[in-house]
Design a protein around this ligand. Structure first.
Ligand code: DX5
Ligand code: ZN
Length: 217
């Protein structure tokens, strides 16, 4: 099934709870939560206290995207504050397998993420160990960028590698996805769609409905 995961990075943080309920009521199945540390990426977003506090206002599935250096240091903390799925960048750690195991041991779904400069084949050794591969379609670190179409080729490659092994994993795309290009991402083989500015900039419920219309037909 195709899943929509609105990214709260583009939300109005002074009305965060309200806007999360709005995407949930409009039918979004996941909530994408971008954690940035100012080291792995230049920007700093938010961390555990924010996630813990929004966990109290919704039961929606939390899709946490860690853009942090050495994510293995904080897996327990993110699991404890309510993540359902934890995605980390394979470029950010020397211990990909150990980090996946930590996430799984805590009963959470595990995802590995690749930035635009990382080739699709880098995920190959881990495909059997993960629930999701997140293929970034912009340089990680900022919302509101333009989709890099060459990254959709990597989505195709990851989907083919998974199919060859008989694995039905989720493939998520993140960055620059809008109503007018979401079909390209689905057609390339993605089934979990992140959208930030295309959802939260204005008319939130209407945007969610328009995405779902294209994704669920
Ligand atoms: C970028 C983040 C994205 C971002 C997407 O580093 O990982 O999740 O919020 O925002 P849009 O959809 O505006 O490109
Ligand atoms: Zn993200």
């Amino acid at each position: 099934m195709n899943i929509l995961s609105p990214s709260i990075l583009a939300a109005d943080f002074s009305r965060l709870g309200e806007q999360i309920r709005e995407v949930e009521h409009a039918g979004a199945q996941y909530l994408h939560i971008d954690v940035m540390d100012g080291v792995f990426v230049p920007d700093i977003s938010f961390g555990m206290p924010v996630i813990l506090s929004i966990r109290k206002c919704t039961d929606i599935f939390f899709d946490v995207h860690l853009m942090i250096d050495r994510p293995e240091r904080y897996i327990k903390e993110f699991a404890d504050c309510g993540a359902n799925l934890i995605n980390f960048h394979i470029e950010a750690t020397q211990d990909v397998v150990g980090t996946i195991q930590k996430i799984r041991f805590l009963g959470k779904k595990a995802g590995i993420t690749i930035s635009p400069e990382t080739p699709a084949k880098a995920v190959e050794p881990y495909l059997r160990l993960v629930d999701m591969v997140l293929v970034m379609t912009v340089k990680p670190g900022f919302g509101g960028q333009k989709l890099m179409p060459e990254c959709l080729e990597k989505v195709r490659e990851v989907r083919a590698m998974a199919a060859e092994r008989g694995l039905d994993i989720d493939i998520e795309v993140d960055g620059g996805i809008r109503i007018d290009n979401v079909e390209l991402a689905l057609e390339a083989g993605a089934n979990v769609i992140v959208a930030g500015s295309a959802i939260f900039r204005n008319r939130i419920s209407e945007n969610v409905s328009r995405f779902l219309e294209k994704m669920l037909k």
